[in-house]
Each structure stands twice: as structure tokens, then as C-alpha cells.
Design a binder for this molecule. Structure first.
Ligand SMILES: *Cc1c(COP(=O)(O)O)cnc(C)c1O
Length: 513
């Protein structure tokens, strides 16, 4: 990380007004710094060093298992392949099944997984693109959408077919969000002639909204968070222009688990006749049940007339296998802007509702099976367990003199420390086998509580380990190993493109055999 500290130090020792100017024109600074040949060369060397270290961490099977940079001449036996995979799965299951990671696996009971796997196996050839061969896949998807819509307030909407909540099954939260943003872009272009579209997005909204802005050429107008880490309504209202196509709120946000003031935000959107998307990827399958259990949940779904679309991830708290989510719209005419059709392709009349062409029908089958095997009672009980566990952990964090909660979340528990380096505390937790999420701007970490953490003893161990970690950091103030410095710098480094470069190199490493 030397280059980062070097550059950071350089910039920090500069005249503050010059620095202010430079930060305003970051892309120019980036270009300037990188165009100096010795800096470029130095950077490359630094990157290589860091990536070599990373590689040994990211490739634990390099020595121990068979690897293929090209097809094997003769196929391997099924037994060999299965036993090789079993040994990797065995090595990897401990951490998540014991409830030592944040989020990641949301249900994870062996019976539940076995059941989903049987459903998958039965449907592994299914492709909803071929509705003539697999009408079952379309039935599963239609019912997944309907069940999710009804859970999120569709049933309360008066029987006007133009307003009926509809949607599609997608491959995950990111696809749901990308599709919704594309839908608003296309609607605004066709219905309002907007060619320079803008979306208003709280800073805490998921990266997928930024991805949509990049992919679809939509200007992202970021609004800050205010009181309690929720989106600032006044700033959102001021951000609306004649080019605004959609406003966004999270229920709750990924970083701090806070529900944005969806009612106030969606009213602004409704009055200005723009779209409003509630991102309930994380909360869609928790909040309806939390509300029934009497937790303080402000309205966030289609019961609010301004909410025109939502995303809810079945592969998170819907407890389906990875690879499904639902995007919902107020009214089929809005959904039409999502669809793709071509009528003059030599391959025939072609259409597809989402980004993919062929799709894994088996994942939709497993999703449908997860929903109907859980039922309302299953989701209610799971939510109760999760929220009770989270309440207990939250109280312990709030009571700890060295820790500060980020606002007042329900089950995604973001916290920081005003007395110690929170990233060093996270490092200590990593050494104890915990996988927590490191966040920045502001510096904090979070534990996203799932059913895994409701297993007996997990919450207690978490708090015991956290207490020990804090003690360790306090009694070793000079220790500087681990990832703490990297996290600290990644947040404050002025030259963002260096950090961006490193992330790209990281992905290159992931694809190395
Ligand atoms: C997980 C998440 C997403 C994106 O979901 P993926 O399934 O990872 O693509 C979007 N928004 C929020 C709030 C999330 O927690």
C-alpha cells in the first residue's frame, strides 16, 4: 500500500485551497499523476506486489486440487469430479453454516437446502424461454411474482387493471434494479421526450443504481443522508429537475440497514409525476413480517401511491437458492418498457422479459418451492427469530462504551467506534473466524443477521469475540498488520482511480487459473 500512503501524504501536505481545487477536478489529477512515467511504473510495481500477496490468499486450491487451463483430453470420471468438489465444499461450509459471516447465507438449514436441491435436480433442463416445452416454469414465475406482490401491498390496490402490481422474476437484486432503471429511462424518452435522464439516489443506495447509471447513460444525482442515516428528504426534493425520471429509496439500505423515509420521498415523486423505486432487495421478505410482529416499520411498499416499482430478493430472505429476485411495477404499461421484442430477426419472432435470453427454469422452480414451503407462518417465525437475535446483539453493542450504532436499525447492524480504529477491530474479528462487512464514508462495519445467527450460542460468541477484539486493539495500539490500513485509506484516498485500478486488478486475479 506504499503508493497510496505516499500519494495521500503528498496531497495532504499541500496547501488546502490547492487541494480543494484538485479534489474538484479529480479526473484531471488522476490523469496528471498517472502520466508521469516514473509514477506509472511505480504504481504497476506496487500493484503487482499487492496482487501477488492476494493471489496466494485467493487461490487456496492451487496446489491441492486438479486444475485445468484447457479442456482435459479425456473426460474425468463423475466420481473423481464429485469427490473433488465435495472436499472443497466441505472446507468452505464451516464458516457460513456456523453463522460466522454477515449475510451471505440467509437460511442454510440442511433440510431446506436438500429440499431445494431436489427441486433443482428435477427441473435442471427447464428454460422459461421455451414456454411451449416448460409451461411449468412460466407458472412458477407468474406465481412467484404474484405472491411477492401480494406480500408487498398489491392486494390493497383498488381493482383498476391499469394499476395492478405486476413484475418479472430476475437473476438477482442487481438485475431487478438495472431493469427498473432501464424501464424508467425508456418510458421517459418515449412519453416525455427526455434524452438526458437523471435519477435521484441516496448515497447509501446499493451500488447497482450506480451500475445502472453507467450502463444506461443516466445521470446519477446523489443525495446525502441526514438524521439517523436515512435519506435527506429536503435535499431530494431540491434535486428534482425536468429531466428526473425516477427517485430511489431503500428499505432498508445495505450499509446501515436503515429504512429511508419512503412515504415522504415517494410523495415528492408522485407530485412531480416521476417514478419512485423502493429497493427492498434486503427487506422485502422481512419488513412485512416485522410489521405484523409489531416492530416499528414505516410504510415502504405499494400501499404508498407514489411507489411505482420495487425490487425484492427471493435469494436473500425469501430463502430461495442463489440466482433469483423479483422486480415489481405499478401497472402493466410500465412493465412493458422493460420487455424486449424483435420482429424482423431471421431467427424468428423473438422476445424476452429480462436481460437474459435462456434462463435457469430450475432456479425459478426452487424459488417457487421455497416460497410455498415457507408460507406466511414460516416467514413470520423466521423473521421473529432474526429480529430477536438482532435486538439482543444490538443492545450489547449499544451498551459497549467503545462502540456506537449507526442509527437504529432492525437487523443489519452497522456500528463504529469513537475510541478505537473500527477496521482494526474488524481485523481481530477476521482472525477469530468472523466475516464482517467493512464499510466506509463514514468508517464502520456491519453484521447482517440471518437465520444462521439465530442458532444457539452464535450471538453470544459474536459478542464475546467482539469484546475480546476490542480489548486486543486497546492493549496493542501500535500493531499495524491486516487490512485495517487499506480500509482506512480506501475511504480517504483522494486519487480515486488508483483504488479503482486495484479493484480491476483484483478481478483479474480472480480469473487467473
Ligand atoms: C443485496 C442488495 C442488492 C443487490 O442484490 P444482488 O442480489 O447482490 O444483486 C440491492 N440492494 C440492496 C439493499 C441489497 O441488500
Amino acid at each position: 500500500m506504499d503508493i497510496i500512503s505516499l500519494v495521500t501524504e503528498r496531497l495532504q501536505s499541500m496547501n488546502p485551497s490547492v487541494l480543494k481545487f484538485l479534489e474538484k477536478h479529480l479526473t484531471v489529477v488522476d490523469k496528471y499523476i498517472r502520466n508521469v512515467p516514473f509514477v506509472e511504473k511505480y504504481l504497476e510495481q506496487e500493484y503487482d506486489g499487492i496482487m501477488d500477496d492476494l493471489e496466494s490468499m485467493l487461490k487456496p486450491y492451487k496446489e491441492s486440487s486438479m486444475s485445468f487451463s484447457a479442456l482435459p483430453v479425456m473426460g474425468k470420471s463423475h466420481d473423481d469430479i464429485l469427490s473433488e468438489m465435495a472436499s472443497m465444499a466441505e472446507k468452505e461450509s464451516g464458516k457460513w453454516s456456523d453463522g460466522h459471516v454477515s449475510g451471505a447465507v440467509y437460511h442454510g438449514d440442511a433440510d431446506h437446502i436438500d429440499f431445494l436441491n431436489r427441486v433443482y435436480a428435477m427441473n435442471s433442463q427447464s428454460n422459461p424461454l421455451h414456454s411451449d416445452i416448460w409451461p411449468s416454469a412460466n407458472k412458477f414465475e407468474a406465481e412467484i411474482v404474484s405472491m411477492t406482490a401480494n406480500m408487498l401491498g398489491a392486494g390493497t390496490i383498488a381493482c383498476n387493471p391499469d394499476n395492478q402490481i405486476c413484475g418479472t422474476v430476475t437473476s438477482g437484486g442487481t438485475e431487478s434494479i438495472l431493469l427498473a432503471m432501464k424501464t424508467y429511462r425508456d418510458r421517459a424518452r418515449i412519453e416525455k421526450g427526455i434524452t438526458q435522464p437523471e435519477m435521484i439516489v441516496p448515497i447509501t443506495a446499493h451500488a447497482a443504481f450506480d451500475k445502472a447509471a453507467q450502463y444506461f447513460n443516466i445521470k446519477k444525482v446523489t443525495i446525502p443522508i441526514g438524521e439517523g442515516y436515512a435519506a435527506d428528504v429536503t435535499k431530494a426534493k431540491k434535486a428534482v429537475t425536468k429531466n428526473t425520471i425516477v427517485m430511489v429509496g431503500s428499505a432498508p439500505s445495505f450499509p446501515h440497514g436503515i429504512i429511508d423515509p419512503i412515504e415522504a420521498l415517494s410523495e415528492i415523486a408522485r407530485k412531480r409525476k416521476i417514478g419512485f423505486h423502493t429497493d427492498a432487495c434486503l427487506g422485502g421478505f422481512i419488513l412485512p413480517w416485522a410489521e405484523k410482529l409489531g416492530y416499528p416499520v414505516s410504510h415502504f411498499d405499494f400501499r404508498l401511491p407514489g411507489v411505482t416499482s420495487m425490487s425484492a430478493d427471493t435469494h436473500k430472505y425469501g430463502y430461495a437458492a442463489k440466482g433469483t429476485s423479483v422486480v415489481l411495477y405499478r401497472g402493466p404499461s410500465l412493465r412493458h418498457y422493460q420487455y424486449y421484442t424483435i420482429t424482423d430477426w431471421p431467427g424468428g419472432l423473438y422476445f424476452s422479459p429480462t436481460f437474459a435470453g435462456s434462463r435457469p427454469g430450475a432456479l425459478s422452480a426452487a424459488c417457487w418451492a421455497a416460497l410455498i414451503s415457507m408460507g406466511e407462518k414460516g416467514y413470520l417465525d423466521a423473521t421473529q427469530k432474526i429480529l430477536e437475535t438482532a435486538d439482543w446483539i444490538k443492545a450489547k453493542i449499544q451498551d459497549h462504551p467503545d462502540l456506537t450504532m449507526m442509527g437504529n436499525p432492525l437487523w443489519v447492524l452497522g456500528f463504529t467506534s469513537k475510541t478505537l480504529d473500527i477496521y482494526r477491530i474488524m481485523d481481530q474479528m477476521t482472525q477469530k473466524g468472523w466475516g464482517l462487512n467493512g464499510l466506509h464514508k463514514p468508517s464502520c462495519i456491519h453484521l447482517c443477521v440471518t437465520l444462521r445467527h439465530t442458532q444457539s450460542g452464535v450471538a453470544q460468541t459474536f459478542i464475546d469475540d467482539l469484546t475480546d477484539a476490542i480489548e486486543h486493539v486497546r492493549s496493542n495500539p501500535k500493531e499495524t498488520n491486516g487490512m485495517a490500513p487499506v480500509y482506512g485509506l480506501a475511504a480517504t484516498l483522494p486519487v480515486r482511480s488508483i483504488v479503482g485500478d486495484m479493484l480491476k486488478k483484483y478481478m483479474d486475479v480472480l480469473y487467473k487459473v
